[in-house]
Write a protein that binds this ligand. Structure first.
Ligand code: F6P
Length: 341
């Protein structure tokens, strides 16, 4: 069989582990030809294919990024985009396509599947907000990096008696903020799932600094918002791909906290550091499991499914159930972060 493979959307550590698994399992076990497309859906539209075999995946397991390149690009939102995808796949004689991506890439995959292409998707995003799977490739590494950053910020916060705001990624869901906030011992965690009230935050900080300690760590997801009807409320501006301006919420919080408490406050925006570098063992393992599962699904005749971690098992879920939905942080996890503040 000729199997296409692409990585789309923002890169994450662990993508190369998944690519390697697809090639090893697909070519080595079943004799499939794996055809890579450069830069996500853009490469399919532009016909940028590269053969992928054993020699291309040597030593890539510990490397961050994606050896195929990636891009934020939705073929269905460009005139003639879907037709271009179909004609490239036909010209390359692709019988099934593996799409590794987050929400945007999977949404595009669903459109391409509706046009008659056999698709198997693999979820990846540091935001961990792909619906239908307990975990996505890249999340574990991002949480590990954010937790280490919070640990480092802790010591300097304490030395200077400061409020330190750590802004992490997560535009629609606060998985990184909540889990790294718990792991790093943050005093306050702000996630998009629970719009905040700045009055309560200011009150809490004043009380803590009077009664318990002279420093505080606030971890905020970039997509966190003040609750309607509370001070500081505003409408978040979104870009073409749903992105928010990095640093915006961190700076707003700093200005508000500083002016209302008088506490010396600093902001650290972790940004793309969370997406770079060596994947953790967990992300290498997850990428490898999903890569093997995707090839096995294709070989056994499955289509239009996504590999998903459900408890200890990798299962297949229908793509149409996943595309367009956001997996938000559950209340009990948010409650743990609050309970430990
Ligand atoms: O989609 C994952 C993500 O890491 C978001 O958390 C963040 O808002 C966005 O990517 C940043 O995207 P870009 O790399 O295009 O600036």
């Amino acid at each position: 069989m000729r199997v296409g493979l692409l990585t789309g959307g923002g890169d994450v550590p662990g993508l190369n582990a998944a690519i390697r698994a697809v090639v090893k399992r697909g070519e080595g076990e079943f004799g499939h030809s794996i055809v890579g497309f450069r830069n996500g859906w853009r490469g399919v539209v532009d016909g940028l294919s590269v053969p992928l075999s054993r020699q291309h995946i040597r030593n890539v397991l510990p490397l961050g990024g994606t050896l195929l390149g990636t891009a934020r690009f939705h073929p269905h939102s460009k005139d003639g985009g879907l037709d271009a995808v179909l004609s490239t796949l036909e010209a390359e004689r692709i019988e099934a396509l593996i799409c590794i991506g987050g929400d945007g890439t999977l949404h595009a995959a669903q459109k391409v599947a509706e046009a008659g292409v056999r698709i198997v998707a693999i979820p990846k995003t540091i935001d961990n907000d792909v619906w239908g799977t307990d975990a996505s490739i890249g999340f574990d590494t991002a949480v590990t990096i954010a937790t280490e950053a919070i640990d480092r910020i802790h010591t300097t916060a304490e030395s200077h008696d400061r409020v330190m705001i750590v802004e992490v990624m997560g535009r629609d869901a606060g998985w990184i903020a909540t889990t790294s906030g718990i792991a790093g011992g943050a005093e306050i965690v702000l996630a998009p799932e629970a719009p905040f009230d700045i009055d309560r935050i200011v009150k809490f900080l004043k009380h803590r600094h009077r009664a318990h300690a002279s420093f505080s760590i606030v971890v905020v997801a970039e997509g966190a918002v003040p609750a309607p009807g509370t001070a500081m409320h505003y409408e978040t501006q979104r870009g073409q791909f749903g992105e928010v301006v990095a640093g915006a919420i961190g700076e707003r919080l700093k200005a508000e906290i500083e002016s209302r408490t008088g506490f010396d406050t600093r902001v650290t925006v972790l940004g793309h550091v969370q997406r770079g570098g060596t994947p953790t063992a967990q992300d290498r393992i997850l990428g490898s499991r999903f890569g093997v599962a995707a090839i096995d699904a294709i070989t056994s005749g499955q289509s239009n499914v996504m590999t998903a971690l459900r408890g200890e098992r990798v299962e297949l879920v229908p793509l149409e159930e996943v595309a367009g939905k956001v997996k938000r942080v559950p209340d009990d996890l948010l409650a743990v972060a609050r309970a430990l503040a």
